[in-house]
Ligand binder design. Sequence first.
Ligand code: SF4
Length: 373
Amino acid sequence: MMSAQSFNSTAMPVDRKPFEILGNAWCVGEFQEALLAWFERAGRKDLPWQQDPTPYRVWVSETMLQQTQVTTVIPYFLRFMERFPQLKDLAEAPQEEVLQRWAGLGYYARARNLHRTAGIIHQTLNGEFPRDCGQLCALPGIGRSTAGAILSMAFGIRAPILDGNVKRVFSRLQAIESWPGKGKVTRQLWQLSERLTPQSCIREYTQAIMDLGATLCTPRQPACPRCPVQTGCRAFHLGRVDAIPAPRPKRTLQVRNCWLLALRNHEGAFFLQKRPPVGVWGGLWSFPEFEVETELMAWCYRYGIEGANLEHLPERRHTFTHFHLDYRPVVGRTERSSRIEEDHRGRWSKPGADIAVPAPIRRLMDELSDRCG
Ligand code: SF4
């Protein structure tokens, strides 16, 4: 665990080389010292994954934190660790159960990759995480920044990181105007991260630079007056903080359409089918999906579900990274639960059941249950 007493920034060898990219002729060592002193004073030291930071716990937390806020991640992390306390537990668990613990966090490929990678490490690497960035990055779902976090925070090995928050901090420090996701800009930011990462106090530095991005150098209204590295921040001195970094260029997302059948039986359970292992909501349980309405109606007709037993709800939209999914829910009622279950691979499930259901589907189930009682 990191504590305020766990390192002494004044004992750190200071890199006195001038660092031409930072403003006001700061040297790299001054940047590191200021950041570490701030971390000692104000950094986060009680996050669950900071307690006993094994490679496994750091890896799971970093994977959950991709695209997701700390406050959202904490309960998921605790639940996940309760069920899979060690890498072996995750490796040996059925994928279904991993997805179940993940359900609600979104971006389910992350959970599938965690499961695959746990299997690889358990079976082929004797349960040991590699201590090399290249080898870590060869594992499913581990990118360079996650590898850097595992190496630095779990092993204490000097390795730069560059997650979304850190990209923003470095873009502002150096006043790089362009969107950080551009290949050329990303390379530039990696060079800066490599340059600013110290030789010692690596665990504290890594957490400190993440904390700076998450708590002070926020996307909107960053707390520059309280920032420990303000002296070296070019965007601050140029008055360009609000404009840097540029947002992701607008993309026109494709729209996919489908029909979903929310079929309820006399016990208030919904009929769910397991989705294919890859693709949208891969491996999760969801309502039967149809490309066109006639397919849905033919399916219902087969079981005598027609007219008064069907209700069309307004279209809804769920946006994924690369496309919008516009789906039209049709709510149905049936008394023929067992025949439907026999004919189709699926299960009847009540809204609160502990199975992996995508968040929009779970919301719809809750909504329909509240309405129908
Ligand atoms: Fe971010 Fe402001 Fe600090 Fe610059 S001075 S790094 S913009 S918080």
